[in-house]
Design a binder for this molecule. Structure first.
Ligand code: PLP
Length: 368
């Protein structure tokens, strides 16, 4: 099938092999006579899908054995409340605000805990993040929250902060919704990683939470049982019905990822290499052009989400219409930032990046 290239920020493109396999198994999963959406979550068929998905994700991200993997619902936005409910003990929690998503998390946490702004990139228009040594971390914070990839502003932490080196004993919470599985995770620096699936893993409706075991069991009494991470962990994500279809689709994506190779590299390491190459190609094209511009400081540029602008913004609609006619979909920027945004998730090939650049060159040429 010759599908267009889809640059959506989310819900986003899924590898075509994954969609094909899901289509082939839609009505009858492995001879069971049932589609995955029709199965009991407690039956042996679905339990096997769930266990495979969990162990594949553990392998893919090299998740240590003292972390639990939870498959939940609510999306990252619900977890903006669920995390302070589970971790804050009603005390102080620190936030580094690097764009819209961490800003949202910071505001929401204030309902359940004493949310403290340790640093903000707002002065730069969220084109960079203050140096970690300048963060005003609280001595008694229950955790420090960052969004490790800001999907809207296109700002990414290429290295996770080492809180201990900054004098903090607090666990680090990362919202990795939009770059999960695009690169390895340094678990020695993480307490909880969470994210919605619909950017880089599968369909909307599944939220992945990877939590260090010692952080379980401290939820505020008001925490809904279905969102108490300890209850969810004790019930292997089956306290309530988990998003079975999302887990199945994510599982197919994990298998696809485990098979990806770049030279000697396999899985997420291979994806990281590919993602670096795609992002470098795109940024260097934009930087070399007088027609397009990206405003994010080079050290903070996201590999996954690249906002860019036409210097002549009156050409925006024509740009988008022409892109669509050329099989390049969903390039419109987020309404709060404007301009364009190219999301280069794992499912986007270098071929797609080259097709976008070729179109951008042609658009510039014919606009002269
Ligand atoms: C998309 C996104 C969210 C919101 O996820 P929902 O599924 O809508 O709750 C939160 N954080 C980041 C970094 C995102 O990219």
């Amino acid at each position: 099938m010759n599908r267009p290239f889809n640059f959506s920020a989310g819900p986003a493109a899924i590898p075509e092999e994954v969609l094909q396999r899901a289509a082939a198994e839609m009505c009858d999963w492995h001879g069971s006579g049932m589609g995955v959406m029709e199965m009991s979550h407690r039956g042996k068929e679905f339990i096997s899908i769930y266990e495979q998905a969990e162990s594949d994700l553990r392998q893919l991200l090299a998740v240590p054995s003292n972390f639990r993997i939870l498959f939940m619902q609510g999306g990252a936005i619900a977890h903006n409340a669920i995390i302070p409910m589970n971790l804050s003990r009603g005390g102080v929690v620190d936030f580094v605000v690097s764009g819209s998503w961490s800003q949202k998390s910071y505001k929401e946490a204030g309902k359940y805990a004493s949310a403290h702004l340790a640093a903000s990139g707002q002065d730069s228009g969220f084109t960079s993040v203050p140096e970690a040594s300048s963060w005003q971390l609280s001595p008694d914070a229950a955790y420090v929250h960052i969004c490790s990839n800001e999907t809207i502003h296109g700002v990414e932490f290429h290295e996770l902060p080492d809180l201990q080196a900054l004098g903090s004993q607090a666990p680090l919470v990362i919202d990795f919704s939009s770059h999960v599985a695009s690169r390895p995770v340094d678990w020695s620096r993480v307490g909880i990683a969470f994210g919605g699936a619909q950017k880089n893993i599968g369909p909307a409706g599944l939220t992945i939470v990877i939590v260090r075991e010692d952080l379980l069991g401290h939820a505020l009494p008001i925490t809904p049982s279905a969102f108490d991470y300890k209850i969810v962990a004790d019930n292997n994500s089956m306290y309530n019905t988990p998003p079975t279809w999302g887990i199945y689709m994510a599982g197919l994506t994990f298998q696809w990822l485990l098979q990806q190779r770049e030279g000697d590299l396999v899985g997420v390491a291979a994806m990281e290499k590919r993602n670096i190459a795609k992002a470098e190609r795109f940024y260097s094209y934009v930087d070399s052009s007088d027609f397009y511009v990206n405003k994010v400081a080079p050290a903070w540029r996201s590999r996954m989400n690249i906002p860019f602008f036409l210097r002549d913004e009156s050409r925006n609609e024509a740009f988008l219409a022409g892109a669509k006619a050329n099989g390049l979909l969903q390039l419109k920027g987020h309404k709060s930032v404007g301009g364009m945004r190219a999301s280069l998730y794992n499912a986007m090939s270098m071929q797609g990046v080259e097709a976008l650049i070729a179109y951008m060159q042609e658009f510039e040429r014919t606009s002269a």
